[in-house]
Design a protein around this ligand. Structure first.
Ligand code: DGY
Length: 326
């Protein structure tokens, strides 16, 4: 019998593929950083039974309607806003992701970004490396305290909770806003639920971890930045499209907020000419939330198992549109 065909859109270490190769014909795009051209992706999707995709691959209606054999798309990310889930569901294609396994790693990065922005770590490191450190000064590169401040977490899912846990170590007041209340987090970590307006107004650190949806797209706009404290720091580790970047630029240059730490951008990858990069009060990093070697290996293994399970008629460990299984 002909083996199912599985295509992986970036080079992954062979050892992460587990037993996928035993029952499937597995091919992968041979480059780790260079993205697969759209035409090649469409061609591969046309013959694939399973696709292992990256968050940068657009898995849209065009691709899904021209993939007659496709049964599963396993995204190497917890977020899946790059995939038209409704279209996939209507075609009976399972969409899988990689939740849980990356929560602590992404929370570590989010907190590191918050700290780097507050304490001006990147600016300070560049200052030393650039040979500018000639004297010590009492306010030389002085930043903002983190301990005992108020952190506002927008999106209290698994990553939000892991960030809140880290904030307890800094004795921070923890506020959160989410689609629904999370009483466990309230009891365990002392987090207080707030309306969106209240969290925006009260937070010293406003941290976005909410997924990108029709409701969250552009939620951080001109009005929101105007309501924040002028001393507040905005941190985004979810998706760039939750922010109106022009409004953020305006807020940062007009003293409406103090600084921003950004792991994600509206049109990734951004070039060196992106206006936000010209600002000293912006710390920008290239969407590396879950990028530790350990976690990326575990994510790849989970994505591989998700494909293997769907193609062998078993329930995958992480599926976004469970109703396609029934
Ligand atoms: C995800 O998994 O969605 C994260 O954005 C990766 O860093």
């Amino acid at each position: 019998m002909k083996k199912p065909y599985v295509f992986i859109t970036r080079r992954l270490p062979e050892e992460t593929l587990g037993n996928l190769q035993e029952f499937a014909d597995v091919r992968m795009w041979p480059y780790e950083e260079e993205p697969i051209p759209r035409e090649t992706l469409l061609k591969e999707a046309k013959r694939a039974d399973g696709l292992l995709t990256m968050l940068s691959d657009k898995i849209d209606a065009e691709l899904l309607t021209n993939a007659p054999h496709l049964k599963v798309v396993a995204n190497l990310a917890v977020g899946y806003d790059n995939i038209d889930v409704d279209k996939a569901t209507s075609r009976g294609i399972a969409i899988c992701n990689t939740p849980d396994v990356l929560s602590d790693t992404t929370a570590d990065l989010t907190f590191a970004l918050l700290m780097a922005t507050a304490r001006r770590l990147i600016e300070s490191a560049e200052y030393v490396k650039g040979g500018h450190w000639k004297n010590w000064g009492p306010l030389l590169l002085a930043g903002t305290d983190i301990h005992h401040k108020t952190i506002g977490i927008i999106g209290m899912g698994r990553i939000g909770r892991a960030v809140a846990k880290r904030a307890t170590g800094f004795e921070m007041e923890i506020l959160y806003h989410n689609r629904s209340r999370n009483e466990e987090v309230e009891q365990e970590l002392g987090a207080a639920y707030c309306s969106f307006d209240e969290i925006v107004e009260r937070s010293d650190f406003l941290v976005c971890l909410a997924p990108l949806t029709a409701q969250t797209r552009g939620m951080f706009n001109e009005q929101v930045f105007k309501k924040m404290k002028p001393s507040a720091i905005f941190v985004n580790a979810s998706r760039g499209d939750v922010v109106d970047e022009q409004a953020l630029y305006h807020a940062l240059t007009n003293g409406e907020i103090k600084a921003a730490g950004l792991d994600v951008f509206q049109n990734e990858p951004i070039g060196a000419d992106h206006p936000l990069l010209s600002l000293p009060n912006v710390v920008a990093i290239p969407h590396i939330g879950s990028a530790s070697v350990e976690t990326r290996m575990v994510m790849a293994e989970l994505a591989g198992r998700n494909i293997a399970n769907v193609l062998t008629g078993n329930k995958p460990e992480a599926i976004v549109n469970e109703k396609v299984l029934s």
